[in-house]
Design a protein around this ligand. Structure first.
Ligand SMILES: Nc1ncnc2c1ncn2[C@@H]1O[C@H](COP(=O)(O)OP(=O)(O)OP(=O)(O)O)[C@@H](O)[C@H]1O
Ligand SMILES: [Mg+2]
Length: 206
């Protein structure tokens, strides 16, 4: 059965797109049938894929597809796309997605991942995002909401991350994404091996 994993946050720039790309690319490289969906009307992911195809000469047919949707259409799209027998549909939402559409996406998802740094600003928004998603949990009892610590500095201890995020009423991932340049140059073709442990932990939640 298709598992829908959505990256959501009430704030821009928390790492939704970066992590959606890395997860989709890693899952595909592990042999899964993957669809990556973007709702950003700038079509960032489709543009990135086109640039990568041009640069590498890779064949489109061997890669996972990237579906372009928008905020209003996305929940309906997911219901249709579920019928196409993908193992995983990875959804990258935009920071400006409305409350109503966030709720609809949550109802259609198996797992919602909220990426967050440990900055005061990000933490406040993350707390609010978790609160806002609670009503969706009542409509979708199988929904898991997980927090993915992102852009974590090298010297930060796991204990520190857990103690900061433990207050949140959500699953806190043990693995975290360090702040590294290699994550700013995400590829829709080549998996980043540092993302394997995170991918495995995410899979254990769906
Ligand atoms: N782990 C990381 N290490 C280094 N840079 C990162 C990391 N995660 C994200 N970034 C950088 O932070 C910026 C914002 O990340 P990203 O575009 O993934 O956020 P977003 O949540 O999708 O934003 P938006 O809401 O605007 O779509 C990008 O320049 C990205 O390269
Ligand atoms: Mg984005």
């Amino acid at each position: 059965m298709t598992k829908v994993i959505s990256f959501i946050s009430r704030k821009g720039g928390t790492g939704k797109t970066t992590n959606a790309i890395n997860l989709a690319t890693m899952l595909h490289s592990l042999g899964n049938k993957v669809l990556l969906v973007e709702t950003d009307t700038n079509y960032t992911l489709n543009t990135l894929r086109k640039m990568e195809l041009f640069k590498t000469g890779a064949k489109d047919a061997q890669l996972f597809p990237i579906h372009a949707s928008d905020d209003e259409q996305i929940a309906q799209d997911i219901d249709g796309l579920r019928k196409q027998e993908y193992d995983y549909i990875i959804l990258d939402t935009a920071g400006k997605t409305t409350d109503l559409n966030i709720k609809k996406i949550c109802v259609s998802s198996n797992l919602v991942i909220i990426p967050t740094s440990l900055s005061q600003n990000d933490l406040l928004v993350t707390f609010q995002t978790v609160e806002d998603l609670k009503p969706a949990r009542e409509l979708n009892s199988t929904l898991t909401i997980a927090i993915l610590p992102n852009r974590i500095h090298g010297s930060t201890k796991t204990k520190t991350i857990t103690s900061i995020l433990n207050e949140l009423d959500a699953t806190i991932l043990d693995n975290f994404v360090p702040s590294k340049n290699l994550f700013t140059q995400s590829s829709t073709i080549l998996p980043e091996k540092e993302y394997l442990a995170i991918t495995k932990e995410i899979l254990s939640l769906v």
